[in-house]
Each structure stands twice: as structure tokens, then as C-alpha cells.
Design a protein around this ligand. Sequence first.
Ligand code: 6PG
Length: 477
Amino acid sequence: ARANIGVVGLAVMGSNLARNLASREGNTVAVHNRTYARTEQLVTEHPEAGFVPSESIDDFVASLAKPRTAIIMVQAGKGTDAVIDQLAERFEPGDIIVDGGNANFQDTIAREQRIAPTGIHFVGAGISGGEEGALHGPSIMPGGSAESYETLGPILASIAAVAEGEPCVTHVGTDGAGHFVKMIHNGIEYADMQLIAEAFDLLRTVGGLEPAAIADVFAEWNRGPLESYLIEITAEVLRHVDAATGKPFVDVVLDQAGSKGTGVWTVQNALDLGVPVGGIAEAVFARAVSGKQAQREAVRRVVASRPQPQRVDASFADEVAKALYASKVVAYAQGFDMITAGARKYGWDIRKDRIAKIWRGGCIIRAQFLNRIAEAYDEDPDVATLLEAPYFAQAVADGERAWRRVVATAAQSGVPVPGFGAALSYYDSLAVERLPAALVQAQRDYFGAHTYQRVDRPGTFHTQWSGDRTESEVPGH
Ligand code: 6PG
């Protein structure tokens, strides 16, 4: 046994992760793939890595020093279970199986339960940062037992991205906690991307700027509070010109956004947890709308004329920046609320300040901004919402007028802003003294005797809507 860590599944993510591991002092990396040709190719192409290749799973397991630690990097789903079973049959108590794929956290909980009686540790680890991240330093969100993290933690820390001197990895919590937090990361990723896209649409349709000029605006934003990887790559995408047509690249891409499903999981679970994540949900729906060609064409056919874009002045770009920032704060507040709710439901002890910190580097949503979130949760782990934390309360207050103007301008100009709009409505829902939920509850009592509570005294009540409309107190509530 020569290797302290093994990787099973050598497609791009697995290969890159294996190379990253091999490049770090102290690691010897065993590699295995279902088809051996892939393993041979990797080993031949990267002699510097000193990989320990195995054609059979038996040899792979034998090549690992104890406690054996193997990271599975195969397509999430059935393939994962097959590899887990192969390893579990050969591993011994104390050994560690890590699933580094984008697994559904519910599957991870079930797999951990299935493996736990064998004494083998099962770890679901969210890994963010795409192919480049896997190779040069991802953000890693491992779940699983604290004991397994003693072995695994230093290995993961050796390959993770580094943000302000700290490796972007932390023990998130038991069983599915790591994949749950990765799911939230992706939900926020969807929201971030949608908000940036809406900002682009406003700057172009209302602001009248061409993509290259908008690239400059985004590059400028990237030097301020909006600094982030996604803003940075957006500037690059907008500057890019299509070689075949000479048009801005963004204009030759079909306006239809795909998804592999993690954003959908976020919203499905938000509904189950009862956490309002409208900013994230609208981002998921916006991708869905973009694919509804039949409906889009049908409505375009019946619409006689579209509104003229409103006239705006030179300060418009700054206002859009403020609207973007405030909407982004809402999306993150919603994502972190969901972490709180998930932790409560599934019994995880999740340090939200640490999650914010490991998202500062390596992952798709990496940004300086995460420092502010880390500070907020560090100061008060029980803050009811990020919107209450002093820094964010002030930031939103500073941007509020611009935010409202931008959403109003969008509505009058006919520019769809589901992300900006949902974020602002969410903020107003929390900020307003009284919600029209009073009327909804009254309607429920009218047609279904669902009862209501009063503002002026305790108890549960029902009004005889079909009779003389007297009110009675409902006992036993
Ligand atoms: C990451 C990304 C990564 C991947 C998503 C994209 O953190 O590295 O989130 O996991 O890019 O699968 O998701 P969609 O295909 O759903 O956009």
C-alpha cells in the first residue's frame, strides 16, 4: 500500500482533482477508472504526478494505505452507488469513502445510513469551481463524521483554494450537510447569474449601451463592492466577438439557458422547508421561461407594440449597480436562511460564518462580498436575516432609492426583471408594517373555516360567514 488517497472516476473533474492532489507535498495518489484506457492515458500524460494506477478495483484498494481514503468522481446517480458498493465490499472499518460528485443531499443521507453499520465512513463532499477549480484549487464542502475529517481534512486542505491565507474547506456537518450546502451554493449561483443578466439587459435596452461598453461597466464594477468571479467573467464574455459573424458573441448565442438540476433541487427543498427563496426561485424559473419557445412565440405574435424604453441619464449604470447589489444581498440572505432551516431539520451544526469563508475562493460565487457575510455571522450567529446585520442594513438602505427606480424603470420599459423584482418585493414584505396576509387569512376563514387570530387579544377565532357573522372563539387551539 503506497497511496494515502485514491480517486475513482477519471473524467475531467476526477483527472483534474487527482492531478491537484498529486501536486501537493505528501500525497501519493492511486487512480482507477472503469475503462482502464482512461487510467493509462492519464498516467502517461502526467508522469510528473507519480500516480499509482490500478486496472482492477481489488488492486486499487490494495494500493491504498490505511485508513484507506478514496474519492469517487463519477456522474451523480446510479454509477455512484455501484462504485460505493465496490469499495464498501473491500474497505474495512475506519476507511473513508468520499463522494465528490454533485449528489442530491437526500441520497447522501441515505447512502451514509446504508454504509454506517459497516464502520466505514461515508462522506458526501460538495466540490465547486468547475474543471479549473478541481485542478488549481476548488472550494470543498465535506459532510460526514468528525472522525473521518481528521484524516480527510488535511488532504482536502492541501488541494483547496486559499482565500486570505485560509484553505476553502471546512467540516460542514454530518452525512448530507456538505451536499446540502453545495446545493445552496448552486441556488445562489443561479440567482447571481440571473441578476447579472438582468443588469446587462437594463444597461443595453434602457441604457442604450453596446456589449463592449457594458463589459467596461462590469470591469469597473469588479473593482468595487460587486467584485466577484461571475462579474469578472461576464465582462470577458461581453467583450468577446464572434469570429464567424463579427457580432458581439452574446448576440449569436441562443437565448435559452439550460440547467443540470441543482437549482431546481434548491427550490424544491426550499418549498419543503417553508423558506421563502423567491430570488433564487425566479432565477430557476427564468431559465425555464427562456426555454418555452412556443409560449414566447405565441405571445410575441399577439402583442401589438412594446413599450418604449424610458429615458435615463448618466447615473443609470450606478443605479443598476446599487439595485444589483441590494438584490444580491437578498439572494444570499435567502440562501443562508435555508442553511439555517436545513440544519434545524436534519440536525446539523453548520457554522454559517465558515461557509461564507470557504466560498470566498475556488467556487463559482467567490467574491470579497463573502467576507461581509462571514463577519455578520461571526458577530451574531443567530442574526434573524442577513438584512438585519448592520453592514447589509446600511448597504441596502443606501441603495434603496436606486433599487426602486430601476425596478420601476424596468417595468415601464418592458424589460423583464424577475430577479430584481422578486428581491425587492421580498425586502418590502419583511419591511412593511402590515401584510395583506390578513386578508388571505380572512378569505380562508370565509370559505373553509380555517380560523384566524386577532391583533388585539390571544386566541383562535372563526366568524359565521354564512350566518349572522358573529365571531366565536375556537377552543383547543
Ligand atoms: C460549481 C458549479 C458546478 C456546475 C453546475 C452548473 O460549483 O462548480 O455549480 O457544480 O457548473 O452543475 O449547474 P447547471 O448546469 O444547473 O447550470
